[in-house]
Design a protein around this ligand. Structure first.
Ligand SMILES: [Zn+2]
Length: 73
């Protein structure tokens, strides 16, 4: 099965792996609620896509929230 991580924000392909099965525990997905899982995980017949935030977008997010914080105070 193909496991694909893509960025939710810029839609960039972040990582791509071939796995025997999806171990939610191992992937850290077991901490998510089923609603959250539905939001970020797309399953098709032979591949699973997981929406994450890539490093670049994460940095931008931090900057945005820093600016936002400053504006609030
Ligand atoms: Zn991104």
């Amino acid at each position: 099965m193909e496991l694909i991580y893509y960025c939710n924000q810029c839609n960039r392909l972040v990582d791509e792996l071939e796995v025997e099965k999806i171990d939610e525990e191992k992937l850290g997905l077991s901490i998510l609620t089923s609603d959250e899982k539905e939001d970020i995980i797309k399953r098709t017949e032979n591949r699973i896509e997981i929406g994450i935030i890539c490093d670049e977008c994460e940095i931008e997010d931090d900057l945005t929230s820093l600016v936002g914080d400053n504006l609030l105070h």
